[in-house]
Structures are given as C-alpha cells and as structure tokens.
Design a protein around this ligand. Structure first.
Ligand code: 3PG
Length: 305
C-alpha cells in the first residue's frame, strides 16, 4: 500500500518524520510530494497511491480520476472545502478531516493579528488594548472555542453566534450566546470569523454586516477568504475609515486593498494559522493514524462524505 503526502505548503520536518513512523510501522510505503508547482506533479504522484494526506491542496475530479487505487483522502486540518466530496463519493473514496488538531495554532494567530490591528499595524502611533473590549466569535467550533479561552486571558468580554452549537456549550465556556447575526456585528468591537466556506456562507460577510460594527471595529478572518464579499468589504473600508480588517486568508484583491488602506489592513503572505510544529505534528500524525485505521480496520470515524 502506498500513502502519498501531497502538501504544496509543507508540514514541519518533525511532523513528516512522525507521519513516516506511523506509515512505515503499519508496513506501508510513504511518498512525500512537497512544494509542487504544477497539478501534473500531483496527478503523477497520486496515480498509484492507496491513500492521500493533504492540507489545503485541491482534490478535484481530475485528481480522483488519476488516482486509480485511491481509497481514502485525509485532509490534515479542519476545512475540507478543497476536496470535491461529490466526486470522491462517486469514485468510492472516503474523505476525512482531523478536527481540532490545529485549532489552537489558528486561535493563537487570531490574537497575533488582533493586537497588531489595535496597535495600528505598529505604525508608531498610539493604539488601544484588547482588555475590556467586546469580542464576537462567529461560529463556535474548535477554533472559536480556543479563541474564547485565550480572549479571557486578555480580559475581553466574549460572545458567540453559532446556530449549530447548543447554547449550553457556549455558556459552559463562559461565553454569551448571540442569536442574531446583526447583533454579533453591531455589539462587538472585535469580530473573529470561524465559519467554514460552504454554499451557505460564501460571500455572506459583506458591507451590511461590516458597517454595523461600532466605531473602531476590527474584523479578523482566519477562516476562508470566500466567506467575505470583497466588493462589500472594500466599500465598507471606504465609507468607514475607523474600521480595520486583518486576515490570514488573503483576499483576491489584496494588493489593491493594501494600497488603498495601508494602515487599516494586514494579510499574511500565505495562510499561516495552522503553520506551527505542534499543529503540523498533531494534524499530520492524526491523519496518518486515520489512514492506517481505515486501510487496516475499515474505521472511518472522521468521514465527511
Ligand atoms: C484548516 O482548515 O485546517 C486550516 O485552514 C489550515 O489549513 P492549512 O493546512 O492549509 O494550513
């Protein structure tokens, strides 16, 4: 059995070693394809793979067609919007993710860029503090929960909106549940996005919600660029010179946005939220173990299709 790790953005070497140990221990072969620049490299490498471990790498019908022996794809991470689930199901391929394994890393980055925003991108002027500010968490999944935990250390007042999460879970975390999306934006000085990119959420955060934010509002996006309506974001930034937008997911028009609002936006050059040794080890090894559990014992506990 051949397991292929295909990561355009590689894991830390220590995580690759951990994956290798799990795969070799199970008696399988491991191939690693990193920093590939052409899709054809992935198509070649996957052609005889029985299992595939990826990060944000795109797995579409063409990749699945090329992967004649493929039985399972594990997205080492949370969001699986990069995998064509319908095509995978049609090809008889199981798709899994590794929920929670990289969520602390992403949550820590939220505060890395939140502090940067309230300190005016470190441009030398006097900024403000996170302490006593209100934070609205948009979706209370694994990352949102870690964000809440860290926010309390900063002394923030935390609330969260998540129609898929029972109120008790939110209350148990010492967070105030919010029922109405407009209130989430209108009542919080800082809003942090943790919604997945789905048909329902694509382009769902735009002008109307962003301009509801109170004076000096900071919108943080470590989720997906697709959930933002870029046109609406640009209009909101134009009309509300007090609002800031910081993101780990570069907008399509990032260069243009940076040029127009230099002191009010910040984007990491490449999605860095999950890019820590710890998150790579946790998600990578979990993915390798899930591959072995599936190929050897047919266990598909984290299946998403
Ligand atoms: C995720 O969905 O797990 C995060 O967005 C991390 O993505 P990455 O593995 O591409 O860094």
């Amino acid at each position: 059995m051949k397991v292929l790790v295909a990561t355009e953005k590689p894991f830390a070497p220590v995580a690759v070693q951990g994956i290798k140990d799990v795969i070799l221990d199970a008696g399988y072969i491991l191939e690693v394809l990193e920093k590939y620049t052409e899709k054809s490299q992935l198509l070649d490498a996957v052609s005889d793979a029985d299992a595939l471990i990826i990060r944000s790498d795109k797995v579409d019908a063409e990749v699945l067609d090329a992967a004649k022996n493929l039985k399972i794809v594990v997205r080492a991470g949370a969001g699986y919007d990069n995998v064509d689930l319908q095509a995978a199901t049609a090809h008889g391929v199981c798709v899994e993710n590794t929920p929670g394994q990289n969520s602390n890393a992403v949550a820590e980055l939220v505060f890395g860029i939140a502090v940067m925003a309230v300190r005016n991108m470190y441009n030398g002027t006097s900024g403000t503090e996170l302490k006593d500010k209100s934070l609205g968490i948009h979706a209370f999944g694994q990352v949102g929960r870690n964000v809440a935990r860290i926010a309390k250390g900063f002394g923030m007042n935390v609330s969260a909106l998540d129609p898929y999460c029972p109120d008790e879970v939110i209350v148990e975390a010492g967070v105030t549940p919010v029922k109405d999306i407009k209130s989430l934006y209108a009542d919080n000085q800082v809003v942090s996005l943790h919604i997945p990119a789905t048909a329902e959420t694509r382009g769902s955060v735009g002008y109307d919600l962003i301009t509801l934010m109170p004076k000096g509002g900071v919108l943080i996006n470590t989720a997906r660029k697709e959930v933002i309506d870029e046109e609406g974001l640009i209009r909101a930034l134009r009309e509300r010179p007090d609002i800031k937008y910081v993101a780990d997911v570069r907008p399509d028009r990032a260069d243009e946005i940076i040029a127009e609002f230099p002191d009010r936006v910040f984007f990491t050059p490449k999605k860095m939220g999950a890019q820590t040794a710890e998150a790579n080890i946790n998600a990578g090894i979990a993915a390798a173990r899930q591959v072995v559990a599936f190929l050897r014992d047919g266990i598909d506990r984290f299946r998403v299709n």
